[in-house]
Write a protein that binds this ligand. Structure first.
Ligand SMILES: [Zn+2]
Length: 266
């Protein structure tokens, strides 16, 4: 079967501990879990359209936007990556209305184990999707706060005690140490108790969520596939983790190619 069109990052869902992936391509949606173990071909058709304005572009910015949109949309601003630098209160938000709707809503501070324990933040409605996008094998929400800025302040306060980044190579090889996130959580909350009171943060007592990925075989060596350099790639799909397809010929971060027009043969 051949499908073609513009892609978006894979949509994820968690059902009874199992991660599921759907890829939107053109007007079709592909259940990617069903393709694990099968041969697939991916062909970049040489066209990229901005996921905001639809304009054709030769290079994608901020994972799917044209340069002008990447410069003018609040969702592409640096404060999205560094929430503690939210500048809405200064009146300089690129899209104040968007900011009110998206950044001044409940956010969750969580611990996840993707390549080792790390702290992260996300909008409450992005749980557990955010964890799957990062390839976490387990995660636990620790605090609920009222804004993205507050979540960033907690995350920053925790940085001296825990990592905030994933080593994606280790994540893909499944070289993940087993950690007790519950005791980690207790220790870390002790470090930021005063700040959580100041922010009126809600301490959460959710259980650890374990996530299983549709993977038959993890790569022992990471070979990165790049559609900009090699527009045609093929291989047996051995698994999916994070937003990566694990092919026997290499790994590809599909998120990087959001807004690309592809042809997929399955
Ligand atoms: Zn645009």
């Amino acid at each position: 079967m051949q499908l073609s069109g513009q892609i978006k990052m894979m949509k994820t869902s968690l059902v009874e501990g199992q991660a599921y992936y759907d890829l939107s391509i053109g007007s079709d949606t592909v259940n990617m879990n069903a393709l694990v173990g099968k041969q697939i071909e991916i062909n970049f058709l040489g066209q990229i359209s901005c996921s905001n304005c639809g304009n054709k572009m030769s290079k994608s910015f901020s994972q799917g936007y044209c340069f002008p949109c990447a410069r003018s949309l609040a969702r592409c601003d640096l404060c999205i990556m560094k929430p503690e630098t939210c500048h809405h209160h200064l009146g300089t938000c690129r899209e104040p209305e968007w900011g009110l709707e998206n950044c001044f809503s409940s956010h969750v501070v969580y611990l996840a184990n993707s390549s080792g324990p790390k702290v992260g933040i996300t909008r409450e409605k992005n749980v557990p999707g955010r964890w799957i996008d990062q390839g976490a094998i387990s995660a636990i929400p620790i605090l609920k706060v009222k804004s993205r800025l507050d979540s960033g302040r907690v995350e920053t306060a925790l940085k001296p005690f825990i990592a905030d980044k994933t080593n994606w190579r280790k994540m893909l090889k499944n070289e993940v140490e087993i950690v007790d996130l519950v005791s980690k959580k207790t220790a870390l909350l002790g470090e930021v108790e005063a700040l959580t009171k100041e922010l009126d943060a809600k301490w959460l007592d959710d259980a650890v969520v374990n996530i299983h990925y549709p993977v038959l075989k993890y790569p022992s060596k990471i070979v990165s596939l790049n559609l900009d350099k090699t527009p045609f790639i093929s291989g047996t799909l051995e698994g999916i983790k994070g937003q990566y397809l694990l092919l026997d010929s290499g790994v590809i971060n599909l998120r990087k190619y959001s807004s690309y027009h592809l042809e997929i043969n399955i």
